[in-house]
Design a protein around this ligand. Sequence first.
Ligand code: MG
Length: 202
Amino acid sequence: MKIICIGRNYAEHAKEMKSELPEEPVFFFKPDVAILRGNRFYIPEFSNEIHYEVELVIKICKVGKYIDEKFAHKYYNEIGLGIDFTARDIQRECKSKGLPWEKAKAFENSAVLSKNFLPKTQFNLNQINFFLQLNQNVVQKGYSYNMIFSFDQIIAYISKFVTLKIGDLIYTGTPAGVGPVKIGDKLEGFIEDTKMFNVEIR
Ligand code: MG
């Protein structure tokens, strides 16, 4: 199983990061051990600035390579929610040196994932609302309509480079409002009115 994450897929988030809008999807990987087991996230000792990034996650249900955008909808049938935890201090350093982001993005437990996924048939895929609460205050609000690249475009693009396999996860990018966590914080993610996960920061 692989985890693929899309960067800069919401214009407002690209703006807050002072990044250019991408002309094609930006993607990177996390390893399978990035999936957080349980609901406690321990701040790793190598970073002083771990940020939350709430993201819709699609789960691949069919093997494919060079998937045409018009058939891409057949390759996923469930939507989940996750957090792409990012060591922002390390990412800044990597970016400034022109180095890859793995240290900042692909570390152990950096991927929160909802236990449950929701059938995509229950949504209009362009109109999915999701949000993240930090200590019961909404800090990020996303609406899939605002994605620069749609689920189908993402699948078509990634599958040019790598075969997608059953169970692969795609984190589809975060909306604006990312920010740091500290010990004792509680994060809760929702799709529409459904609570998808809760995480406690230790
Ligand atoms: Mg992200």
